[in-house]
Design a binder for this molecule. Structure first.
Ligand code: HSE
Length: 412
C-alpha cells in the first residue's frame, strides 16, 4: 500500500480523485501496489461528501506523516505550492505536479533535489494537459538533438480562435464560453496574453536543451488584437491563425517566442482545433513528430497526473527524470529574430500607399479583401524583427498611409 496526499481540491484535484474512483483497480494493477489517497489539503471542508474524512487544513499533517510517499501538488500558483513541494522533496517524498508556473520557475532546483534524494519530481500534466510530451522528451527522444519545437500549448486560446474562425463568435463571447467550460485560468490574461503558453514552451525547451530557460526571456504576445477581419485575410491566403509557441535552435543560437501566427492550412498544426493542443517537434534523427490531444480540462489533466503517480510508485527509490542544469540558456533577443510579417495598412490614398509599401518592401504583393475599401495587406520579406519595425515606422510617415491596423507573424 502506498499512501499519497493531494494538495488542492480544485478542478484538477477533484479530477484526480475521480480518476482513482473510476479506474482504481486497473491503476493499482499497473502500479503493482495499492494506492490510497490519505489526505486532501484544502481550505474548505466538503461536509457530507466522500472526501470529507480525507480533508486536512494543515500541510504539516502530510509533511510529517512518513506513510505518505507521494505528494500531488495541484493547487497552481507559485506560493504556497513552491514551499510545500520543496519541503516534501527534502523530506524524501516524491512529488507529482500539474503546475507549469512552478516547473517553469523552479524546475531546475526541484529536479536537482529529487535527484539528490533519489526520488522523483514529475510534471507530465504541466504541459499539454493529457498529452504525453514530458515523458517522450525525457525518454523516447533522447537519441535526438531537438532543433525545433512548435506547439499549440494553450487550450483556451485555441478554443477562442477556433470559435472566432468557424462559429463567427466574438472574442469576448468565446472567452466566456471557455471559462464556463473550465478551460481558462482564473486570471484570463494568463491564457489570452500568452503567459501560460510561455511557461509551457520554457519547460519543453529546458528539457530539450538540458538547461534552464528563463520564461521571462521569451518574447510573448497574446491573441487579444486578433479580429474577424484577420481571419478573413488568412482565409484568402488559404491559411488560419493560431497562437504558436515556437523554439528553434541553430548552430549559433536559440530563439523562442509565443505569438499569434498565420499558418498555411497545409501545416499539421492548422487542423488542431478547439481545446486540443499539439506539439510538433523536429529532431536530427527522428525527423518530424507530432503529439496531439486535449490540452486543458479536468479529466485529461488528471489523467496525466495519475499516470505520473503510477510512475512514482513504480520507481520509489530510483530517480527517472533527466534534470536540467540551473545554467541559463541565452535566448536570442527578439529584435534579431528573422521573420515574415503580415501587415494590414489603412490608406487615405491607395496609389500613394501602395507605392510607399513597394519602397520599403519591394518584393511584397498586395492582398485585398472585396469587403474593405480603405485598407490592404501585404507580407514582408524574411527580415529581422527590428528592421521590419523600423521600416513600418517609416512607412507610417509616408503620404497616403493612414494607419497600420494589425501585424501578425507568418510561419512558413
Ligand atoms: N488554461 C490552460 C489552457 C489550462 O487553456 O490550456 C491548461 O494548462
Amino acid at each position: 500500500m502506498v499512501d499519497i496526499a493531494i494538495l488542492g481540491y480544485g478542478t484538477v484535484g477533484s479530477g484526480v480523485v475521480e480518476v482513482f474512483g473510476t479506474n482504481q483497480a486497473s491503476i493499482n494493477k499497473k502500479a503493482v501496489e495499492d494506492i490510497r489517497i490519505k489526505y486532501i489539503l484544502d481550505l474548505r471542508d466538503f461536509p457530507g461528501t466522500d472526501i470529507e474524512n480525507l480533508i486536512t487544513h494543515d500541510f504539516n499533517d502530510i509533511l510529517f506523516d512518513d506513510d505518505v510517499k507521494i505528494v500531488v501538488e495541484v493547487m497552481g500558483g507559485l506560493e504556497p505550492a513552491y514551499t510545500f513541494v520543496k519541503k516534501s522533496l527534502l523530506r524524501g517524498k516524491s512529488v507529482v505536479t500539474s503546475n507549469k508556473e512552478l516547473v517553469a520557475k523552479y524546475g531546475a532546483e526541484l529536479l536537482e533535489i529529487a535527484r539528490d534524494k533519489n526520488i522523483n519530481f514529475l510534471f507530465e500534466a504541466s504541459v499539454g494537459g493529457g498529452i504525453p510530451i514530458i515523458r517522450p522528451l525525457n525518454q523516447s527522444l533522447t537519441a535526438d538533438e531537438i532543433y525545433e519545437i512548435m506547439g499549440i500549448l494553450n487550450g483556451t486560446t485555441n478554443y477562442i480562435l477556433t470559435k472566432m474562425e468557424k462559429s463567427n463568435m466574438s472574442f469576448d463571447d468565446a472567452l466566456k464560453l471557455a471559462q464556463e467550460k473550465g478551460y481558462a485560468e482564473r486570471n484570463p490574461a494568463a491564457d489570452v496574453e500568452g503567459f501560460d503558453a510561455c511557461r509551457k514552451i520554457a519547460i519543453l525547451l529546458s528539457l530539450a536543451l538540458g538547461q534552464h530557460v528563463d520564461f521571462e526571456d521569451i518574447y510573448t504576445e497574446g491573441i487579444t488584437k486578433i479580429t474577424k477581419t484577420d481571419f478573413d485575410y488568412a482565409k484568402t491566403l488559404d491559411s488560419t491563425i493560431k497562437l504558436l509557441a515556437v523554439s528553434k535552435k541553430t548552430e549559433h543560437d536559440v530563439f523562442s517566442r509565443v505569438s499569434p501566427a498565420i499558418i498555411s492550412k497545409e501545416h499539421p498544426l492548422a487542423v488542431v482545433n478547439n481545446v486540443f493542443n499539439a506539439i510538433f517537434i523536429k529532431g536530427n534523427v527522428i525527423g518530424e513528430v507530432m503529439f496531439y490531444g486535449k490540452g486543458a480540462g479536468k479529466l485529461p489533466t488528471a489523467s496525466a497526473v495519475v499516470a505520473d503517480i503510477v510512475d512514482a510508485v513504480k520507481h520509489m527509490q530510483r530517480n527517472i527524470m533527466h534534470f536540467w542544469s540551473t545554467e541559463k540558456v541565452n535566448i536570442l533577443n527578439n529584435d534579431d529574430v528573422v521573420v515574415y510579417k503580415f501587415v494590414r495598412v489603412a490608406y487615405n490614398d491607395f496609389i500613394s500607399a501602395e507605392n510607399a509599401v513597394k519602397k520599403y518592401f519591394p518584393t511584397s504583393e498586395l492582398i485585398k479583401l472585396d469587403s474593405l475599401n480603405d485598407e490592404f495587406a501585404f507580407i514582408t520579406s524574411f527580415e529581422k524583427e527590428i528592421d521590419i519595425t523600423n521600416k513600418l515606422n517609416s512607412l507610417l510617415k509616408e503620404n497616403g498611409v493612414a494607419e497600420i491596423r494589425n501585424i501578425i507573424r507568418v510561419e512558413k
